[in-house]
Design a protein. Structure first.
Length: 263
């Protein structure tokens, strides 16, 4: 491993699941914590969450991004959770410059850290002392453009910035879920296919996600899948994926993908 690779921050796609999983420790959160303990502490974190879509490529520039509780009818204890990580306005400027071709601009205070980010980070870095920024997903962009934005962000990892994509490869809350969490066969097949394609490094097929078998039911909307494309774009071609938290809960996949993790 080169010295550059040894100091490169990780790129991680986390299947974050339900906010209800954030309150108590789970097998998923224990794995996230183990990854944080086994890898160099990042200088900053750039998160791309399924829960921030808008018209435009925006990056948070707040010095103190607020914790967003973007869910409804939950017990009060979930709304009491805070993740008071600092922001990094200077890094926000640098990210805007990197993404000039995509007309990126600053978000001063309309957004903060939504549950796609903090439900993962509060277990990885519970002290909340690492600067965290969020990048929006432009609803007008194609999957190929989302991937290209990830490519444009890749060099940030060499500067110690962790790239965190947070979503779920399979995410369909429209279907009537049975009692328990037994995976729908189509959900398991789609999750297995994506894992196989990531393992093979077939980014072309993953970007052409609408053409994948059973994509229409596995991801009726793509917002939970797209953060994976940012992480794939940000990886180095020499990096082998680490695939973990392999479980499908009915119609939601918790599978995670990491790059730059120790083998």
């Amino acid at each position: 491993m080169s010295d550059r690779a040894a100091h490169r921050a990780i790129a991680l796609f986390a299947g974050h699941g339900s906010p209800r999983d954030s309150l108590t420790e789970t097998d998923y959160s224990r794995t996230w914590r183990a990854i944080a303990d086994a890898t160099p502490r990042p200088k900053a974190i750039l998160a791309i969450s399924a829960h921030w879509e808008c018209k435009g490529v925006l990056v948070t520039r707040s010095e103190r991004p607020r914790t967003i509780h973007d869910f409804y009818r939950f017990p009060q204890e979930f709304y009491d959770i805070e993740y008071p990580a600092p922001g990094d306005p200077e890094l926000a400027y640098a990210i805007e410059a990197r993404l000039e071709a995509f007309r990126a601009r600053a978000d001063l205070d309309s957004w903060g850290l939504d549950h796609g980010s903090w439900t993962v980070l509060r277990w990885m870095y519970p002290e909340a002392d690492i600067p965290v920024l969020q990048l929006s997903m432009d609803v007008r962009r194609s999957p190929a453009e989302h991937y290209a934005i990830g490519r444009a962000l890749a060099s940030l990892r060499d500067e110690g910035v962790m790239i965190l994509g947070s979503g779920n490869v399979v995410h369909n809350l429209r279907v009537e879920r049975p009692r328990g969490n037994e995976a729908f066969p189509w959900a398991q097949r789609f999750d297995d296919l994506v894992a196989e394609l990531v393992q093979k490094g077939n980014d072309e097929a993953l970007v052409a996600c609408d053409d994948l078998p059973e994509a229409d039911i596995a991801m009726p909307e793509k917002e939970h899948y797209l953060p994976l494309l940012y992480v794939l774009g940000a990886r180095d071609a020499t990096e082998r994926p680490a695939i973990f938290n392999r479980q499908v809960l009915a119609s939601v996949s918790m599978t995670c993908y990491g790059f730059g993790l120790p083998e």
